[in-house]
Structures are given as structure tokens and as C-alpha cells.
Design a protein around this ligand. Sequence first.
Ligand SMILES: Cc1cc2nc3c(=O)[nH]c(=O)nc-3n(C[C@H](O)[C@H](O)[C@H](O)COP(=O)(O)OP(=O)(O)OC[C@H]3O[C@@H](n4cnc5c(N)ncnc54)[C@H](O)[C@@H]3O)c2cc1C
Length: 387
Amino acid sequence: MDFTFSDDQRLFKDSVLGFAAKTLAKDALARAHAGTFPWDVARLMAKNGLLGITIAEKDGGQGGTLMDAVIAIEAIASVCPRSADVVQFGSFGPIRVLAEFGTAEQKARILKPLLAGQALIAVAMTEPDAGSAVTELKTTATADGEGYRINGSKIFTSHGPEAQWFLAYVRFGKGVDGIGSVLIERTARGFSAGKQTPFMSGDSWMPLFFDDIYVGPENVLLREGGFKKQIAGFNVERIGNAARSLGLGQFAFDAAKAHALTRKQFGRTLADFQGIQWKFADMKMQLDAARLLLYRAATNADRGFPDAAETAVAKAYCNRAGFEVTSEALQVLGGAGYSTDSLVEYCFRRTRGWLIAGGSAEIMKNRIAETVFERRFSQRPAKADKD
Ligand SMILES: Cc1cc2nc3c(=O)[nH]c(=O)nc-3n(C[C@H](O)[C@H](O)[C@H](O)COP(=O)(O)OP(=O)(O)OC[C@H]3O[C@@H](n4cnc5c(N)ncnc54)[C@H](O)[C@@H]3O)c2cc1C
């Protein structure tokens, strides 16, 4: 067992840090408050090999490992927290599911502009009546000639206002086995979006409506029976979600440490007070533990999909550590941390969302408990006894 980076990993981390310091540091605060996807960063990252890190070279990616992409997220987040979302988009989210399960034709047509930072793909699974219980989704795919008609609606889709493509979870038939996914273009006839509403983090979502959209066979990704594959792919997204929680927590920690070393009250620096030192000891323990759990899940996955149980532990722990550390770091910064000209304030708001998104903390704990007791715990009420 080795707890240190290889030479290649160290070199990669240093080069990403160098890229971030040179190109992303200056506008980091403005980017955090812009509320829109940073397209300029996406194009810069495309040019510098930071999109498609986990995607095979034959598909236009970098052919790296999941751990490489985690290293990139941490390095970028340490300079520009908002830009870590671009690494997420380029390596962990629906782009990876498309690269894994798409046909050669789909990849040539859709993946290329995504990897060039010219287009976005979003994952649309949550519905008004299907949040944590995602398998209760109602959006239907009904056969029509060679293709399907899609009817339904989605909510809370990240990048919803900006995405050109939606990887939408749909129902081809009844039950979990009836679920699969299709690729819907924003320009498709029958697509519309409702009122744009900001999340607490500042980026927005809008309800998406699919009104009898025709999806040809060329835009079907996974037919019925595809749900398990989709969730296996979604575990990659969860690793990116965990990495950003950790990265933003570390950013806040570093900012608070610098403040504690310089800010003087009662004639001493904050770092001289034991009450403050213990906060840092607690924060460090949380970040170290989160990092180890995340690295275990990412390293064991190598170039494949991560183990579901290790991912659940990593995500639940990193989400909590990220949020609690940013909260304590903000406390150390006092009024300066609560002010919107502090990026720690942004990190606090941003990390809060990850306790809910992508499988909430509670749903991850349900999954972990199943590993502990080696049995499945149905969350549904027992079927009523028949007379
Ligand atoms: C920042 C952000 C980004 C998001 N991005 C996307 C996206 O890109 N695409 C997309 O499709 N969706 C997205 N979502 C939606 C997200 O996946 C859902 O919000 C999440 O699955 C929870 O569903 P819900 O909000 O309906 O809450 P509910 O499912 O109604 O849950 C409410 C609360 O009850 C808890 N709960 C529910 N069931 C159980 C249980 N069995 N045991 C214990 N506790 C339980 C939950 O953990 C939660 O705390 C995003 C959400 C957020 C906040």
C-alpha cells in the first residue's frame, strides 16, 4: 500500500496547478458569482488536455484514470473553485456515460464538440415526483416507427439553461427494467423549458418539458434494462461530486489558515488561540479522512467504473467534510468570511448543495448500511395484505 502520488501524478498535479495559477486565479471571484457556465474556461481546458481526462484516446479523450481527474479537480479548485465544475463536466458526468455506452456514430457526432468545450451535455433524471426514488420516473418513451416519442418533464437539471444535449432517463416499459436513456437535443421539436431559478450556489435550473419529442434510433443511448448501467456510470459523477466537495473544503481551509496567521486580535494572531487551533485540527482530520476515502474509490476504479459501496462512503464523507470545513473556515474568517467578496462564502453555499445532489447524504447512508448488513433494505412500504 502506498499513500503517495507516483512521479507522473505529481507532475500532472504541478502542471494543472501551473495552468490554474496562470489562467484562472485572476477572475476566480467573478466566475463564482457569474451564475453562468464558464465557457472561456471550458475552451481553455480543452486546449490544455483537461477535458475528457477519463475518456479513451480513441474517443478523443486523454485516456487517463479516474484518479487523474480527481487530481485535476483538486488542483483547479485550489485556485478557482467554480472552474472545478468544468473538470466535472468534462470527465465525470453524462459525458462519461456517453463515451462508455454510445455508438461510434453518437460519439463522433456529439462527443467531439463537448470535448472541445463548445457544447454541454446535462443529465436529466429527477422529476417532480421522482427525486431520491428516481426509479419512479414517469417520462415515457413510446415506440413510433424506428424511434420513440418522449413525453414527460424533468427538474433541477444542472446546466439546464446552457446545455445543448440532455441525457434523459426515460421509461420504455414498467418497473426498473423498463428504464433506459435517450439523448435529446435542445433544438428538438417539442422541447421547452420553464422559468429559470437560481440554486443557492448561484447557478440555475429550469423545468424541462418533453412534449411528444421524436427521438430517432440514432439518439437512443440505453434501451430498457439500461438502468443498472446508467447508475454504474453515475457513480463516476458521484466521485467528481465528492472531489469538488473536498477541493472546495481545502480551498476554504487554506484561506482560513492564511487569515489565522495574519489577523490579530487581543494583540495576538488568531492562530495563537487554542480555540482556533483546535478548529484547524478538526478540519484537517476531516479533510485527510475524506481524501483517503475518495482516493480509495478512485484508485480502485482505475479506468473503469468505481465500486458502488466505496463510492457511497467517499461521497457521503466528502460531502459532509466539505460543508463542515467550509463552515468552520468561514467562522475563522469572521465577518470577512460571511461577505460575498470572500470565495469561502461561495464555497459554503456550493458545498451545501452536494449533500443533496447526485444521491443525497441519506441515500448514500442507506447504501452503506446495505453493505454493513449484507442485505437490501427496501425503502418502500410493505405491500398491503390482500383480503
Ligand atoms: C445542486 C443540485 C444539482 C442537481 N443537479 C441535478 C442534475 O443535474 N440532474 C438531475 O436529474 N437532478 C439534479 N438534482 C436533483 C437531485 O438529484 C435531487 O434533488 C435529489 O435526488 C433529491 O431529490 P429531491 O430533491 O426530490 O428530494 P426528496 O427525494 O424528496 O428527499 C427529501 C429529503 O428526504 C430524504 N430522503 C428521501 N428518501 C429517503 C430515504 N429513503 N431515507 C432517508 N432519507 C430520505 C432526502 O435525502 C432529502 O434529504 C440536483 C440537485 C441539486 C441540489
